[in-house]
Design a binder for this molecule. Structure first.
Ligand code: ATP
Length: 588
């Protein structure tokens, strides 16, 4: 299993998919450079994602800054809560993720959802040592470590900023502007493909856990009472599901599920069912999440993941983020381990409510009633100059708090006094002084905070999974070859063009064919070095689906040989028909 990942790492480095960055200066863990092949593969996967989630699904795409000011992350909760558990070795000063040490030493999974004292107890119980120097870690405290990269905006330190740990916040903060583009109509979705940064304690497993990575996120804003997903579009898509209760039933995590890579449903652990069945049988609680699991399943297949090494795993209740009502991860099996590549979360109104409370902007939308409604409305005196000297400098803030309260909880005014909190201090206000009253009015609608459904794709992990799943070996003409069976849509090069030999005008003719194909929009590689067999092998190894050879017959009849990577079948095709033939082949 490890061998598979080592082979992929070696291939990636040698053929220019990805390699550790800044090697000239010793390198630094958690940063990778995508080489020419990798950058192209990555971009093609991003474009394919865009094609589905923006173009086909009809959502908008934005590009927000990587750096945002501190208040954004105060509101989002990242400043306080975006922590991992760190343990520092007293002997060699190396840092480690305490939950990962526990996971590696035991069969416990998702140790990050355990409280710190429990993790400390497990470290003691299993006598864990520092993986670098071997010093005992018993009695070393486990602490919280915030994963955000901090920086200063402008000179000085008065304006701290953070590199975004997820692209999502850039969408949430701009909701007041974005809702105008959506003409204040729900539902609408906003997508973003961009860099996210996390100062991971221990980067590992190549592109799986790095400190700078690309996310492709969609925030779909919905009215939870009226909006429903177009489930019929994905109803028949078959899903491999690993629900929370199946995981919990499994011996408290004693069984290592990493060994089970089959998805035929026969081992009783996974449920194999269609989206329709999963919704009907309530295996997936949210129809919206079910919709995206179905949509994404076909997309992973489209970009080249092996569907026999793929599953959707539901979060255990202890693992759920505080805002998430239900969450499923797409997981790919890599070298015997299951790796999360995408999170699908129902985030409710958590994010927009937070930004609504922390900022001065309006993060709500107006929901029109079918019929105007007579409703009882509570009011407080808008002036409230009556709030006299006893409130001191807080009078204006107390008045604001009262106005806010009457909108959200008019019943709080039913007694003789009402209590509001300003800057942590409670104030009792006489309801008569606040001039509270109720009146009947006609309303045409109400302000609601939209809910959010979020598929959050990690592009680097997907690139890595696609590479790993695409890698294979077989024998062609008695010779072993390594290949990547990448789908044509994502392969870095679509077609390799070779002159049989670089003489007698073959090279010139091949260059013309190359230019024509480039002009027709194909990603082309030209190669005239080594024998034809070796040139095929080179293209097979980087996943090029088609190769075109210009030979002596070409000079006679203007046909070329088109060779297909997986079958190695060859056919003669007139040069004039090459673009159409390749387009048809690519479309499958
Ligand atoms: P993990 O538990 O593995 O740290 P997460 O649950 O924190 O991941 P999310 O916050 O849900 O991840 O982020 C969404 C996606 O972003 C993940 O599914 C993953 O593909 C990607 N991602 C998150 N952290 C990293 C990282 N350090 N390196 C590469 N990709 C990452």
């Amino acid at each position: 299993a490890d061998e598979e990942l080592e082979t992929v790492a070696e291939l990636s480095k040698r053929r220019g998919f990805f390699f550790p960055a800044s090697r000239a200066y010793g390198g630094v863990a958690g940063f990778y450079t995508y080489g020419p092949e990798g950058a192209s593969l990555k971009r093609n996967i991003e474009d394919s994602w865009r094609d589905l989630f923006v173009t086909q699904e009809g959502h908008m795409e934005i590009s927000a800054p990587d750096v945002m000011p501190e208040p954004v992350f105060e509101a989002s909760g990242h400043l306080d809560g975006f922590d991992d558990m760190i343990i520092e070795c007293p002997a060699c000063d190396s840092s480690h993720r305490a939950d990962h040490l526990v996971e590696d030493a035991t069969r416990i999974e998702e140790a990050e959802s355990l409280p710190i004292p429990e993790v400390e107890a497990l470290i003691a119980e299993y006598d864990l040592d520092c993986p670098v120097c071997g010093e005992a870690l018993t009695d070393v405290p486990v602490e919280e470590f915030n994963l955000m990269f901090e920086t200063n905006i402008g000179p000085g330190t008065s304006s701290p900023g953070y590199l975004r740990p997820e692209t999502a916040q850039g969408i949430f903060v701009e909701f007041p502007q974005l809702k105008q583009y959506a003409r204040n109509q729900l539902p609408f979705g906003v997508a973003q493909v961009g860099t996210a940064w996390r100062n991971e304690i221990s980067p590992r497993r190549a592109l799986v856990r790095v400190r700078e990575f690309t996310q492709a996120e969609l925030e779909h804003f919905i009215d939870p009472e009226t909006d429903e997903p177009p489930l019929e579009r994905v109803a028949d898509v078959e899903l491999t599901l690993y629900p929370a209760d199946e995981q919990e039933a499994e011996d408290g995590g004693e069984a290592s599920d990493a060994s089970r890579t089959s998805s035929d449903g026969s081992d009783g652990t996974y449920l194999t069912m269609t989206v329709r069945e999963a919704v009907e049988e309530n295996v997936i609680a949210s129809d919206w999440v079910a919709y995206y699991l179905g949509l994404a399943r076909d997309w992973y297949d489209r970009v080249g993941l092996d569907m026999d090494r793929f599953r959707y795993r539901q979060h255990l209740s202890g693992e759920l983020a505080h805002y998430a009502a239900d969450c499923w991860d797409a997981e790919a099996e890599l070298g015997g381990d299951w790796v999360e590549i995408t999170g699908f979360a129902y985030r409710s109104d958590y994010d927009l409510s937070k930004h609504g409370t922390h900022s001065d902007e309006e993060f709500t939308l107006f929901r029109q009633y079918d019929e105007p409604q007579r409703v009882e409305r509570a009011t407080v005196d808008p002036d409230m100059s009556v709030l006299g000297p006893e409130f001191g400098g807080d009078a204006a803030a107390v008045a604001d708090a009262l106005r806010d309260l009457v909108e959200h909880d008019p019943d709080a005014f039913d007694g003789e006094t009402v209590s509001v909190e300003v800057d942590g201090e409670a104030h009792e206000v006489d309801t008569a002084v606040a001039d509270f009253s109720r009146e009947e009015v006609t309303e045409s609608g109400e302000h609601i905070t939209p809910h959010v459904v979020e598929p959050s794709f990690g592009i680097g992990r997907i690139v890595y999974s696609v590479l790993t799943h695409a890698y294979g070996r077989d024998t062609v003409d008695g010779e072993e070859r390594a290949y990547l069976d990448l789908p044509a849509e994502v392969a870095p090069t679509t077609v390799g063009v070779f002159p049989l030999m670089d003489k007698d005008g073959l090279g010139e003719r091949a260059r013309e064919v190359e230019a024509d194909l480039r002009g027709a929009g194909f990603a082309v590689t030209y190669d005239d070095s080594g024998n034809i067999g070796r040139r095929y092998r080179r293209q097979d190894e980087v996943g090029t689906p088609y190769c075109v050879t210009v030979d002596y017959d070409t000079l006679e009849d203007d046909t070329v040989t088109v060779r297909e990577r997986d079958s190695t079948d060859q056919a003669r095709v007139p040069v004039a028909e090459l673009p159409a033939t390749l387009t048809a082949l690519r479309a499958g």
